[in-house]
Write a protein that binds this ligand. Structure first.
Ligand code: F6R
Length: 642
């Protein structure tokens, strides 16, 4: 049997010795997590087929978490569309929370069945997942049996791994011993913190888990570890370039003779050869790399751009830059001008001004703008100051809230609104309110929230958003609630993107024919809502590309609540005065349900308005430190060419 396409990425030989001289683990870098996931799925499929040819069983070690979801999706596709059979496959999962019942939507048992096993022809008796229901006194015995079963199957042919921010593989947290085998382990606080949003609060995350040990993983014949997104960049750098240490259990993989890390470009972004390639060898010095290097040099030397000397360049691995591009003086001026020209108080272009060196065109003077906001609040959190300026400068600004954001409203908040409705209506026998009441009484956190509750929560977020957009000053008719279907599961896990999601996005752009589109260019979480929403916009742009009105449409990416563009990436910087910062704060405050005990805070404990303010003032400080004017705050954008 021959599969349609078998990407060869993972079979790649290591890069040149010079380039990878800081690296102790073989790794390949893909364009994005989709390409990486497809490569891994095809690698697994190749192995299954090879074993089939030899009449052998194929023993796979499997992982859960967000990272392998697309790998499993592709395996399911290969089974359904290309007849890949799993009849000769035996699987052993890495880990399971403890205690947890199999039916719990958070259990890894549930995860594996809903992402893979339910859709392929694997024999149920060939599936092994650590049991979260075993009695505590029997856990040890269970673990010993698990190891025996792996050995009896002939050992693991291919082990798939993700990596936690603690550097864990499986649930082998920092401190795990190289010789450890399958056992019960106490989860690290950071791991529980990262899982908190799935469990609706850290207090619900189990404290323990059963996990294969380091030795169990090292015994596998082949190991593939995948990591996607900026969130993993720091730990990936330590795992690949750091010394072997129990404090970063992934470094034990350096002892394994046949391991490959499959990374997307964001997860690889902290590797020395990517972050500071001038420190490892010869570089092609294009404009982007020159800017990146000079921004880095300013940070290293703690000097502003115009104070950098030839000596600074020479001492920091950039003598070939000087050789090819002239003196520090020329390089400094070029960089300074570039940054200076990115700063503008006119995000929609300055009317009647020469726009040769401005980030936006002067014409048309009044632009039609769509701000795409993945959730109902990202618009004001991430670009509230720019939004405000666009409106006050007379542009026709539309906001498109891509998802309803309903799962981020707590039951308590929603019940409060329900009770207000009851008080106001002064009726106890309104059927709809009664049904909602009952729905809350019967809520089961292990099941998707019922439609009526999702709608109530969606409506709360809609009303909050209208509060903010009215405050900024746009009519309700310019606010579009797209309620994209991929989001509407009533669960944290979302549906795969459908044609309808793309069509709705295309239809809105086509109807409004914007001159400017702002979109959340958040790449930190490859499976998160922001990423999906961005990919939908990219798909829509690709579809609309040939339409005449698109020639006039510029796309600007802002970063969501999680992180900012690097200074060298910024192409439009919108400064804010202290008063504008306060207006932005007020607009964010309209999103009451997302304040204080917000449910999906991610790995940052600060409230959204504080994050936004600190981020915007940090960007302003970076400009100042590099020798440009000092502002209270700056919002930053990068242009996207489609
Ligand atoms: C899952 C597992 C964990 C995850 C890791 C990364 O079975 O053992 O080590 O691989 O926590 O999780 P995600 O992929 O959700 O970032």
């Amino acid at each position: 049997m021959q599969l349609s396409k078998t990407p060869k990425l993972i079979y790649e030989a290591p890069g040149s010795f010079e380039e990878t001289r800081y690296e102790k683990l073989h790794n390949v870098i893909c364009q994005n997590s989709v390409e990486g996931s497809i490569s891994i799925a095809h690698y697994i499929a190749d192995l299954i087929l090879e074993k089939q040819k030899n009449n052998e069983m194929c023993v796979l070690g499997l992982a859960t978490g967000s990272s392998p979801i697309s790998v499993y999706r592709e395996l399911v596709r290969l089974h359904q569309e290309e007849s890949l059979s799993f009849h000769n496959v035996i699987t052993f999962n890495l880990d399971e929370y403890f205690p947890v019942v199999k039916e719990d939507v958070q259990s890894y048992h549930y995860f594996m069945h809903t992402h893979l096993f339910n859709y392929i022809n694997i024999k149920p008796e060939n599936i092994h997942i650590p049991d979260g229901e075993v009695l505590v006194k029997n856990v040890r015995k269970f673990c010993i049996e698990y190891e025996k079963k792996i050995n009896a199957a002939g050992g693991i042919d291919l082990q798939i791994l993700g990596i936690g921010r603690t550097g864990h593989i499986g649930f082998n947290e920092p401190g795990s011993h190289q010789n450890s085998q399958t056992r019960m382990i106490t989860l690290d606080h950071l791991t529980r913190f990262d899982a908190a949003s799935s469990f609706q609060g850290i207090e619900n995350v189990p404290r323990k888990a059963i996990t294969m040990g380091i030795q169990t993983i090292l015994n596998a014949k082949r190991v593939l570890l995948m990591a996607w997104g900026t969130n993993k960049a720091e730990i990936i750098q330590k795992a690949i370039e750091g010394a072997i240490s129990p404090m970063i259990p992934t470094t034990y993989l350096q002892l394994h003779p046949n391991t490959t890390l499959v990374l997307d470009s964001e997860a690889a972004s902290e590797l020395t050869r990517i972050k500071t390639p001038w420190l490892v060898g010869h570089c092609e010095w294009d404009e982007a790399l020159r800017s990146k290097a000079i921004a880095w040099l300013c940070n290293e030397t703690k000097k502003s751009i115009l104070k950098l000397t030839d000596e600074d360049y020479n001492q920091h691995g950039m003598s070939d830059l000087l050789a090819s591009h002239g003196s520090a003086y020329d390089l400094n001026i070029e960089m300074f001008n570039r940054l200076q020209r990115s700063i503008t108080g006119w995000p929609g272009g300055k009317p009647n001004a020469d726009d040769t060196y401005r980030p936006e065109r002067a014409l048309p003077e009044k632009k039609r703008v769509i701000i795409f906001s993945p959730h109902p609040d990202d618009d004001v959190i991430s670009m509230g100051g720019t939004f405000d300026r666009l409106v006050s400068q007379g542009h026709e600004v539309h906001v498109a809230y891509q998802t309803s954001g309903n799962i981020a409203v707590s039951d308590q908040d929603a019940i409060c609104f329900l009770e207000v409705a009851k008080d106001v209506l002064k009726v106890d026998d309104n059927t709809q309110l009664k049904e909602l009441n009952e729905a809350f009484e019967n809520i089961n956190p292990q099941q998707p929230a019922p439609r009526s509750i999702c709608d109530l929560k969606g409506s709360i977020r809609k009303r909050e958003s209208l509060g903010a957009t009215r405050y900024i000053g746009i009519p309700d008719s310019q606010v579009h609630f797209m309620n994209l279907p991929f989001y509407e599961t009533g669960l944290i896990d979302k549906n795969p993107v459908s044609q309808e999601d793309v069509d709705l996005t295309v239809a809105l752009i086509e109807k409004l024919k914007p001159h400017q589109i702002y979109a959340a260019g958040d790449l930190a979480d490859p499976h998160g809502t922001h990423r999906v929403c961005l990919d939908l916009i990219f798909s829509a742009l690709a579809k609309l590309k040939s339409k005449p009105f698109m020639k006039d449409c510029w796309v600007w990416l802002y970063r969501g609540a999680w992180h900012e563009w690097d200074i060298d990436e910024i192409e439009m910087a919108i400064p804010m005065s202290p008063d504008q910062v306060l207006r932005k704060r007020k607009a964010i405050f309209f999103h009451q349900s997302q304040k204080d005990g917000v449910m999906f805070q991610g790995n940052d404990r600060r409230e959204f308005w504080i994050r936004a303010e600190e981020r915007n003032s940090a960007t302003a400080k970076k400009f100042k430190d590099m020798g440009l004017s000092e502002y209270a705050a700056i919002e930053a954008f990068k242009r996207y060419f489609f």
